[in-house]
Design a protein around this ligand. Structure first.
Ligand code: SF4
Length: 331
């Protein structure tokens, strides 16, 4: 069944939904979560697989084509490949991808490929054991790299992008090792500017190491040429001038890309977020569990999306960090 396309109040078509399947995570990354973790969502408050499937199916009927499964860490959710297979079975869903910290990829790579996952973003902030530990508070780099090897054995799971959050005073030393990693391997590396979505609520503008600063460090050693930007893309992508791979920069703070944003988000507890930095959410779980039919769900979504924010206001007077942190929103 197809429905009218989902359009926001600024005329932007919504084609992409990020679905957080859990707020739980097995890492404690400094830019995301306090060392002691966060109070997790009550289990019965978390959407069941069939509930996620239903909401996503209605969104796909409204023209959403891309679904990214995120967390917390999605692979810690029990039977995750079952959910992935349910998503892959939705008619009209064109692109099913996953964001993961990679720790469980060695275990799950085959199940994910068989279930229908087609693209992966793997979050790795350092290629050095001690610095990886420093940032994630987990001594797990070898395990994550074995996960990448397992993924590389399944050609269906491509492209694989390695995302590193850029932190001033830390990432400067990681840039060239990551550039070399991108030049040698089959993985595209992207740096993401640090955003005010951390659980510690300690973000300050001076901690942001901009994409432009990082690009200049790489370009000075490995000349770069910019690739044309895809519509609604979050990254500025560059190819190495000598043809050895690509590297990207996601700059939501220094170069916001909100003008053609086509994304909405569904939290693990069934809240619709129309922007990463939304200060309000729309509850889909309650109407869903109260017996709302698909048409009612459609109108709740349409009403919320019509009021989707034009852009984020980070750096503007009056900007407030959302109550929900990145781990409970999903990348
Ligand atoms: S900050 Fe909000 S409006 Fe801007 S690109 Fe991200 S989700 Fe879209």
């Amino acid at each position: 069944m197809s429905r009218e396309p989902l359009i926001d109040g600024h005329g932007r078509s919504i084609r992409d939904v990020r679905v957080s399947v859990t707020d739980r995570c097995n890492f404690r990354c400094q830019y995301c979560m306090p060392a002691e973790g966060l109070p997790w969502l009550e289990r019965d408050g978390v959407l069941r697989f069939e509930e996620i499937e239903r909401i996503v199916r209605v969104l796909v009927e409204m023209g959403v084509t891309d679904v990214r499964l995120t967390g917390g860490e999605p692979l810690v959710r029990r039977d995750f490949p079952v959910l992935a297979r349910m998503m892959a079975g939705i008619e009209g869903l064109e692109d099913l991808s996953l964001t993961t910290n990679g720790y469980l990829l060695e275990r799950d790579a085959d199940a994910l490929a068989d279930a229908g996952i087609r693209r992966l973003n793997v979050s790795i902030d350092s290629l050095q054991n001690d610095r990886f530990f420093e940032m994630t508070r987990r001594d797990s780099l070898p395990q994550v790299l074995r996960g990448l090897e397992a993924v590389a054995r399944r050609p269906e799971l491509a492209p694989v992008k390695v995302n590193a959050v850029a932190m001033r005073g830390f990432t400067e030393q990681e840039v060239l090792p990551f550039a070399q990693f991108a030049r040698e391997g089959s993985f595209q590396v992207r740096f993401i500017e640090f955003m005010p979505l951390d659980g510690d609520r300690g973000w300050t503008p001076d901690q942001v190491l901009t994409g432009d600063e990082l690009r200049k460090i790489v370009h000075a050693v490995h000349p770069l040429e910019e690739c044309p930007r895809e519509p609604s893309a979050t990254a500025r992508t560059f190819r190495f001038a000598d043809g050895r791979g690509h590297i990207g920069f996601i700059n939501p703070i220094s170069e916001p890309f909100c003008s053609d944003c086509n994304r909405i988000r569904l939290t693990a507890d069934g809240k619709l977020r129309t922007c990463l930095f939304s200060m309000h959410e729309t509850d889909l779980r309650t109407p869903l569990r109260d017996g709302a039919d698909d048409d009612e769900l459609e109108w709740i979504v349409r009403d919320a999306v019509w009021r989707k924010e034009l852009k984020h206001r980070v750096g503007e007077k009056g900007f407030r960090q959302p109550a929900r942190s990145m781990s409970a929103i999903g990348g």
